[in-house]
Design a protein around this ligand. Sequence first.
Ligand SMILES: *Cc1c(COP(=O)(O)O)cnc(C)c1O
Length: 389
Amino acid sequence: MEGFRRQLDELREQGMLRSLRTIGGAQGPRVTMEGREVLLLCSNNYLGLASHARLVDAACAATARYGVGSGASRLVSGTMELHERLERRIAAFKGSEAALVFNSGFAANTGIIQGLTGPDDLIFSDALNHASIVDGCRLAKARTLVYPHNDADALERLMRAEAPRRKGRWLIVSDGVFSMDGDVAPLPALVELKQRYDALLMVDDAHGTGVLGQTGRGTAEELGCLGAVDLQMGTFGKALGGFGAYLAADRVLIETLINRSRPFIFSTSLPPAVLAAAEAAFDLVESEEGARRREALRRNRELFAGLLAAQGFDLLGSTTQIVPVLTGEPARTMAASARLFEAGVFVQGIRPPTVAGGRCRLRATLMADHRIDELEWAAGLIAQVLAEV
Ligand SMILES: *Cc1c(COP(=O)(O)O)cnc(C)c1O
């Protein structure tokens, strides 16, 4: 125990200790924390669906009818009507042949990459891909080559160099929206490369699903690549307000994963309430209300990022509802985050190992139901605090 304590003390001294903060009540644009109300600027509940009455009602009704648990993993006896209905819904939404639900985005990424690659295969992975993709590559028996962030030219050079000694399948994997930078993958260029080199393209659209594109189908819709991405992964836990994840793809890939993906095979399947909430979330995203919420989110994002950019802050290329403000070192970042919290704005500081040292940031995320006046106030406060620390 002494060794563990020393490790934690070292982290504390370096300004790197992480700890939990508790929110009282439901998720929303303003939440109660440590006994007072703060403006929540670090939630992925982008469209405000996490406490939406239609999702809550769907979850309650499904629980009353189907119970609280699924009783087993999918391949044993844990496949319920609700899993199949949701998978058909997702395939229709994404325009794919089939879909598969996973227990979380983390489980999906580790399970998809491990399940579709073997020892002779090669994975090309963006340098800023999410930790779950990194771990998926580690769990896979394939070799992984990391290409510089969003650099399709560098990726092309890697692919060209590898082509003469190619043995197996190639997989290009990228976040759609990068979770710590809020910028977007160059999907048209990646599609061109995957076609030229006969590779599979996988896009993790955890932050794009429900938000980007005219109808919320995500980064691929936004960039005009719907139908060209072989493996469209997304999650229910962010804009869709619930929990869990999916892959939309050709049936042969889905069947391969049912047979090979370890997190899919060896884990109890998602329960009825979660499945029903996800189905209701897709309905909402496709409704007029969904379009209105996307529009409000876009407006909020433009306003907030515009105010910070006008102050000269480096927003790291963000074009989405994830708006990072580069702060530099961990101590300054965490001091700014603490002061903002004192003043009533909860925005997380991001440090290594999530981002590289010296690239720490305050990472603000916008929601559709933030008000204009409170965003103006928060942007002003961030500028003031960063001038002081
Ligand atoms: C959040 C996130 C995940 C993990 O999804 P969970 O459902 O929260 O496990 C995967 N990829 C990206 C890019 C994410 O932001």
